[in-house]
Design a protein around this ligand. Structure first.
Ligand code: B12
Length: 243
């Protein structure tokens, strides 16, 4: 049986404004379409959810993310091909681009986040969602391409002078690269807040990250939203309509 949003989306009770959720049968329809490579149906399901007033972050957390997680499980069990996984990613990235105009008009407050994946890390969909969420909260977000090495990240920080850096970490084996990046950024910028997210954090073993000052681990868009709305140094003025 396919999972429902309740099974799969974490942080459902985010304490945000009253929100809608994607219905279980829409998630099922979306997932089957994603597996079949049927982008048109995926577009319809997303458009329907947005037309029903479901906020963009809920569409990300309650539809796009659980469907990709499910594809990952099926891929790990050899029940879908690598090609299917690639196509599912391409469709999802297309949908993110389609949704983006809804959020791009959000008010800006002059704060900036530089976002990157950990060295050698190619998973970038979650980070794109994170960039969108920052923008919805009035920040500007600069997304570096996936897998940038430390020196390129440091160049970007030097150029952009961000208020925060976000790193995405999906594959457990990339933990050494993550620590290298933390050491490098910390050495050059002792005060710069660093956020780390990505599903490897949910697999334990990240206690070693506690050794790095000024680093906050965030599990989901709901947690990030809470941070951006509740802690004074992260708040960037009133949240906008897409939330
Ligand atoms: C698509 C995909 C790929 C694509 C990625 C393409 C792309 N453009 O991104 C490709 C084909 C490249 C790929 C490759 C590999 N993959 Co892959 N992949 C996936 C898959 C199916 C979906 C990933 C995804 O987009 N998820 C949806 C997003 C929205 O979720 P998310 O990343 O968790 O992000 C959310 C949160 O974590 C958080 N977040 C994420 N980043 C950040 C950052 C910050 C700052 C914050 C605050 C929050 C935050 O916000 C997001 C929204 O909630 C996953 C399955 C899965 N469970 O995700 C496997 C998966 C991640 N891959 C896996 C593996 C093993 C690999 C490979 C090693 C396979 C191989 N043998 O080659 C390679 C590694 C490549 C590399 N060097 O990185 C494993 C990882 C296992 C592990 N624990 O280490 C998974 C879990 C599949 C599985 N079930 O085993 N993969």
């Amino acid at each position: 049986m396919l999972p429902t949003p309740d099974d799969l989306s974490d942080g459902k009770d985010a304490g945000l404004e009253p929100v809608g959720e994607v219905a279980g049968d829409d998630l099922e329809r979306y997932l089957q379409a994603l597996i079949a490579g049927d982008g048109t149906t995926c577009v319809h399901v997303v458009d329907k959810a947005l037309a029903a007033g479901i906020p963009v972050p809920r569409v990300y957390e309650g539809l796009m993310k659980p469907a990709l997680y499910r594809i990952g499980e099926l891929w790990a069990r050899n029940q879908v091909s690598v090609a299917c996984e690639h196509l599912a990613t391409t469709i999802t990235e297309g949908l993110l681009n389609r949704v983006y105009p809804r959020i791009v008009h959000a008010r800006r407050c002059g704060r900036l986040a530089v976002l990157a994946t950990v060295e050698d890390e190619l998973h970038q969909v979650g980070l794109k969602m994170v960039g969108d969420l920052f923008e919805m909260h009035g920040w500007d977000a600069r997304l570096l391409s996936a897998g940038v090495p430390l020196d390129r990240l440091l160049d970007a920080i030097e150029r952009e002078r961000p208020d925060a850096v976000g790193l995405s970490f999906s594959v457990d084996l990339h933990v050494d690269g993550l620590e290298r990046m933390l050491r490098g950024v910390r050495a050059a910028y002792p005060e710069l807040p660093i956020l780390i997210g990505g599903q490897s954090l949910t697999h334990g073993g990240h206690e070693r990250l506690d050794a790095y000052p000024g680093v906050t681990c965030i599990a989901s868009l709901d947690d990030l939203s809470r941070l951006l709305q509740s802690e004074p140094r992260w708040i960037c003025g009133p949240a906008d309509q897409a939330l």
